[in-house]
Design a protein around this ligand. Structure first.
Ligand code: ATP
Length: 630
């Protein structure tokens, strides 16, 4: 059978790659040398993958099992070459991996870029540029690769100038793995230099567990054919802590997390006894771009006896701690551990439990000793941590102490109030922790439900993150004090009332009997009940839900997302001392009263972020009233 061989073909970059390349070249000029780290990281990942696959099939090594990365340069040709004998890529892999961006959320990410180089370079850092960083310094990149186990003739060359797409051509490559030649731009010659490359490698790649080699020099300083290892090549997590400096931990973090910024904190542990493992866990300083995507790309790197097994995003950390990065290296798991085994393995379970404790302990320490950094952490990852009490009952108490909120005490959007702070400010008679949930901070802060609390100077937590309803459901109580929504159920604040207040209230209640009855008749099936409010001081009415009901703005969101929401009827509460209600009481025209009643009800729904069933009807009634006033 005649073999159809593709000689050379031209292909286009995915639109997003073009955009990213353009931005990168223009935003990252102050950080050019990171291309070495990015390419070395990829090479080391490729070696890890081969080592893992070779556990079940060691013919993949093709007789060369000493995994390594080689870095070479040619001053005259103005090139830098980075080579690995890792897993390599097939033609199809190259098309899928290089020239396209498989990351979900890429479009959204690109739309966030502002054109301001400094800001964008930060964002690009979070996104991770990987292979494309080659084009910061090169005007042509040639990548030659062959998948381990394939025939030498199945190799392929990919080439691009970063602007007009790329070419793919079949070739022959004896060694498996990948070689990348960077043809440096005229003004980036400085990188084709022995000293410069060595120093970049030792800065960024000293502690990756693989040797990075460069050509040895002879006594006269001339390059020889021999290779020497230029990084320390020790798996950082296996080193005793006393050998390591902060910078070592920081650079290693950047390598494994594909991040550019230093982490906020880390915890390095060596566990011996029943189980033996080492862990190195980091809290990043910036949320990765995919933190809110359903699936994350990076997570914890699982090693077994120093052999990389897989990036795990599900089994070694709970979902609410999905931002944690690092390495766990076990001596107890079998080398051929699979994803399925990970899901129900008691060794994994124990390591996970202990690692969660480590992370929570690390956060506790930061919250206590380094408030500024903790606030930074909270602003980036607080919403993820808020998923904790619902997800991890066993650590609920500990997580609760780490939570930060906005409250009427500060009235500021920045979440700084702890539950312990709140409890310490509770009134003597107060037994519950009051909160309100709303779609935005402004609507929480300005909610009519808060009026009486402000008057009586009782603090209320202002919750406006999407996850907050889920949080309060999971948390239920703190320090023996129940969390109570100020917008749900009958509110009894009588214990905070003076005798005089109580008497006044009774009179108001009595006086309101007539209008309450009238409103019930008019609103009929729309409401569960109409009653006098003990919540309002300056608004005429508000909506109150049952204890178990989801907040109205959440019901709206769920409906929009296509969920069927059972609609329990709400309670309308009115403030009989409000001039509007007093004016209504005096109304003798039934039709007019009906319009007022509906408007009163609808506007209370609107204030809760609910959607009106008949918005046009509401507007026309309002217009009718306005015309009468004019
Ligand atoms: N040296 C290599 N050997 C084998 N495969 C490679 C190599 N370099 C890159 N790849 C493949 O190309 C893919 C894309 O690489 P790229 O560096 O763009 O992104 P990444 O490493 O997946 O993520 P990040 O952007 O976070 O670095 C990799 O996931 C890998 O599958």
């Amino acid at each position: 059978m005649a073999e159809t061989k593709v000689k050379k073909e031209n292909m286009e970059f995915q639109t997003e790659v073009n955009q990213l390349l353009h931005l990168m070249i223009h935003s990252l000029y102050s950080n050019k040398e990171i291309f070495v780290r990015e390419l070395v990281s990829n090479a080391s990942d490729a070696c890890d993958k081969l080592r893992f696959e070779a556990i079940s099939d060691d013919s993949l090594y093709e007789g060369d099992s000493e995994l390594r990365i080689e870095v070479e340069f040619d001053e005259e040709a103005n090139t830098v070459t980075i080579r690995d004998n890792g897993i390599g890529m097939t033609r199809e892999d190259v098309i899928n991996n290089i020239g396209t961006i498989a990351k979900s959320g890429t479009k959204e990410f690109l739309s966030k870029l502002s054109g301001d180089a400094a800001k964008d370079s930060n964002l690009i850092g979070q996104f991770g540029v990987g292979f494309y960083s080659s084009f910061i310094v090169a005007d042509k990149v040639t990548l030659t690769t062959r998948r381990a186990g394939d025939k030498p003739e199945q190799a392929v060359v990919w080439e691009s100038n970063g602007e007009n797409g790329f070419t793919l051509e079949d070739t022959t490559k004896e060694a498996h793995g990948t070689e990348i030649v960077l043809h440096l731009k005229e003004d980036e010659k400085e990188f084709a230099n022995d000293y410069r490359l060595r120093s970049i490698i030792s800065t960024y790649s000293d502690h990756i567990p693989l040797p990075v080699k460069m050509r040895k020099r002879d006594e006269e300083g001339k390059l020889t054919e021999e290779w020497e290892v230029v990084n320390k090549a020790n798996a950082l997590w296996t080193e005793p802590k006393s050998n390591l400096k902060d910078e070592d931990y920081q650079e290693f973090y950047k390598h494994i997390a594909h991040d550019w910024e230093n982490p906020l904190a880390w915890s390095h542990n060596s566990v011996e006894g029943k189980l033996e493992y080492k862990s190195l866990l980091y809290i990043p300083s910036k949320a990765p771009f995919d933190l809110w995507e359903p699936e994350q790309k990076n997570g914890i790197k699982l090693y077994v006896q120093r052999v990389f097994i897989m990036d795990d995003t599900k089994n070694l950390m709970p979902h609410y701690l999905r931002f944690v990065r690092g390495v766990i290296d076990s001596n107890d798991l079998p080398l051929n551990v699979s994803r399925e085994i990970l899901q129900s393995n008691h060794v994994v379970e124990s390591m996970r439990k202990a690692s969660v404790k480590k992370v929570l302990g690390l956060l506790e320490k930061m919250a206590k000793n380094d408030k500024e950094n903790y606030q930074k952490f909270w602003n980036e990852f607080g919403r993820a941590l808020k998923e904790g009490p619902g997800e991890d009952m066993a650590n609920k108490e500990q997580i609760a102490k780490l939570l930060r909120f906005s409250s009427t005490h500060t009235d500021s959007e920045e979440q700084t109030v702890t539950l312990e702070d709140y409890v310490s400010r509770m009134k003597e008679e107060q037994e519950e922790i009051y909160y309100i949930t709303a779609e935005t901070f402004a609507s929480a802060k300005n909610s009519p439900h808060l009026e009486v609390f402000r008057k009586k100077e009782i603090e209320v937590l202002l919750l406006s993150d999407r996850v907050d309803e889920w949080l309060v459901n999971g948390l239920q109580e703190f320090d023996g004090k129940k969390l109570q929504s100020v917008a749900k159920g009958e509110l009894d604040l009588s214990k905070f009332d003076t005798e005089e207040d109580k008497k006044e209230q009774e009179e108001v209640d009595k006086k309101a009997d007539g209008i309450i009855k009238h409103l019930k008749e008019v609103l009929g099936e729309k409401v569960e009940d109409v009653r006098v409010s003990h919540r309002l001081t300056s608004s005429p009415s508000c909506i109150v839900l049952n204890e178990q009901d989801m907040a109205l703005y959440m019901q709206t969101l769920m409906k929009q997302a296509g969920h069927d929401m059972p609609s329990n009827k709400p309670v309308l509460e009115i403030n009989p001392t409000h001039p509007l209600i007093e004016r209504m009481e005096a109304e003798t025209d039934d039709e007019q009263f009906g319009d007022w009643a509906e408007i009163l009800f609808d506007q209370a729904l609107l204030a809760e972020g609910a959607q009106l069933e008949d918005p046009a009807g509401f507007v026309s009634k309002l217009n009718k009233l306005m015309l009468k006033m004019s």
